[in-house]
Design a binder for this molecule. Structure first.
Ligand code: COA
Ligand code: MG
Length: 291
């Protein structure tokens, strides 16, 4: 489980250093939108150097490649040799795109003598209208490398021809809230992590706390960061609270005390299998984040 995913422009020596010190669960070394096209060859070399110099892999090191129909293959071919933990794939139109990329990765892993299938994928799954409409495909097309889905509200308006992603009240317009919910459901159906989108205004701490709390309540298990100052709030926001852990322990104990029984009473409330599953999830998340 990866709670905080911090984007780091891959051509910035300084940000690569800062990113490593940020406490993020994963860094996303970016070769796409935060790097000017003319800097891409240099940035690819910097990614390889950084991956080669950091083999302990805490934080995990992921690389955002360019879209598959532009320079995605060139990026993947350059970085796979340094064995990133995973690739972040922008402007994905559905699981078929990811299967195509997976085949490329099979070949690149073989070329470089790496174990087959180790490099995982995080798909940015809502950047085009077609992609949003195809989100249900993730429920029926298995992509073994897929580890997480995330959504974005920055690129979709450009595809739609919308002037903004906001409604009159300043929140996300329905199209983007729909994309968010559909992404969440698609990730859960595909049994991968649903990752909530980034907060553009990285100085607004209150908004970040509220967004983390909302994301976690909805079922997201992590969130994108674009600035090191956002990492601590995300790590804390997506870790179960002490009360949640205590409550989960009570639920598990109540079932342990009643073997073979599917429904028990706890504090005057009916508790059944979905509650037990959720309690086990909370305890697993708590165990994963003993930091
Ligand atoms: N990763 C690592 N370090 C970062 C960082 C990031 N994403 N964002 C900022 N820092 C560093 C800065 O280099 C600076 O370090 P320094 O004091 O040693 O120079 C420190 O953190 C404070 O940065 P600050 O001055 O507050 O921000 P900034 O104006 O330098 O940068 C952004 C603002 C938005 C340009 C920057 O946060 C950034 O590049 N974010 C990632 C953008 C990205 O990857 N986008 C693609 C995904 S949407
Ligand atoms: Mg983008």
């Amino acid at each position: 489980m990866i709670r905080s995913w911090l984007f780091v422009p891959a051509d910035s020596e300084r940000k690569l250093v800062k990113g490593g010190e940020s406490g993020a669960d994963a860094l996303i070394l970016d070769l796409e939108d935060s790097v000017a096209a003319s800097r891409r060859p240099v940035a690819r070399g910097m990614v390889v150097d950084y991956l080669t110099a950091h083999t302990s892999r805490r934080p995990q090191l992921w690389v955002r490649i360019n879209p598959l129909d532009t320079e995605g293959l060139t990026d993947a071919a350059a970085v796979v040799r340094a064995a990133p933990d995973g690739l972040v794939v922008p402007k994905v139109n559905g699981p078929d795109d990811l299967l195509r990329l997976s085949h490329w990765l099979d070949a690149l892993e073989a070329r470089d003598g790496l174990p087959a299938g180790n490099i995982k994928l995080l798909a940015v799954a809502t950047e085009t209208a077609a992609a949003v409409l195809r989100l249900s495909d993730y429920a029926r097309v298995a992509v073994p490398r897929l580890a997480a889905l995330t959504w974005g509200a920055e690129d979709l308006p450009a595809d739609i021809g919308a002037s903004t992603n906001q409604d009159a009240a300043g929140g996300y317009a329905l199209t983007y809230r729909f994309a968010r919910s559909a992404c969440l459901l698609a990730a859960v159906a595909a049994k991968v992590q649903p990752i909530d989108t980034l907060e553009v205004d990285f100085r607004d701490e209150a908004a970040l706390h509220a967004a983390c709390a909302d994301g976690r309540r909805q079922g997201f298990t992590g969130k994108i960061a674009i600035h090191p100052a956002q990492v601590a709030a995300i790590n804390a926001g997506f870790r179960p609270t002490a009360e949640e852990v205590a409550h989960a322990r009570r639920i598990v104990a109540a079932f342990d005390a009643a073997p073979g029984i599917g429904t028990v009473g706890l504090g005057g409330k009916m508790i059944d299998m979905p509650h037990l599953r959720q309690a086990q999830r909370v305890l697993a998340a708590d165990a994963a984040f003993q930091d």
